[in-house]
Design a protein around this ligand. Structure first.
Ligand SMILES: [Zn+2]
Length: 130
């Protein structure tokens, strides 16, 4: 589904940008208006590192309809090299290839297609490195 939130987050989704608090240095992803650590309201845009590792993961065997063609697939919480965490699908990996600590790289892929609007959504996924 194309949601207002999806449109708002397009720059982050395509460029993997975070918001860094100019007061305390905390990096938020997606960027926030107010720092969750110190309450600061000034943020600068920073590029996030592409590399990280899997903190935890789960395999989706029964997905929502728009992801049916991709099942089974793994969804992982990835911690990037700067400590920022994000949740995303792991591309092209059978479930037994993804473990806690697996090194991944964030890439851009088609996430889903919606036949009602003939729109493809792109966004980030993790890909196992090496
Ligand atoms: Zn802060």
């Amino acid at each position: 589904m194309i949601t207002p939130r999806y449109h708002r987050e397009i720059p982050q989704r395509y460029r993997l940008e975070g918001g860094k608090c100019t007061q305390c240095g905390e990096v938020h992803f997606p960027p926030r208006a107010v720092c969750r650590k110190c309450g600061g309201r000034e943020m600068e845009t920073v590029d996030l590192p592409r590399r990280g590792k899997v903190l935890t993961h789960t395999t989706i065997w029964i997905p929502p309809a728009q992801f049916e063609s991709q099942k089974p697939y793994v969804v992982a919480v990835v911690e990037l090299e700067n400590g920022v965490r994000l949740t995303c699908m792991v591309a092209d990996a059978p479930p037994d290839e993804v473990k806690i600590g697996t090194e991944v790289e964030i890439i851009f892929r088609k996430l889903q297609s919606d036949p009602r609007w003939e729109v493809l959504q792109y966004g980030y996924k993790a890909k196992v490195v090496g």
